[in-house]
Design a protein. Sequence first.
Length: 125
Amino acid sequence: MTKNETGKLGEDAVCDHLTKLGYRICARNYRIKGGEIDIIAENGDFIAFVEVKTRRPDSLATGFEAVDSRKRGRIIKTAADYMSRHISDLQPRFDIASVTAEDGRVLDIDYMTNAYDTTGYNYIF
């Protein structure tokens, strides 16, 4: 599988996971210049901006470790753009899904709710 195919496999699995938990998927691969959000989903009082990182079982870094401060800043900027275009009373939340996959199969999804916030970034929601 190519890197793009593996990433899509992980994103599809996380969308299925979230849907089973009662989330409504609002958007996938929302892009602006300088940023992208893999999944945007609503559940209850929250709108979740989800970064999905798909790794092989023998990967040296986890998906959570791959979302560094620079990546978080790009996601927050993109989320602010989304919220300005899609007015909502829902509270924004930033989640990370770390997916383990091998040979075209998803082995595990580790989901971190509210993985980080906008502290230290110049964006207000």
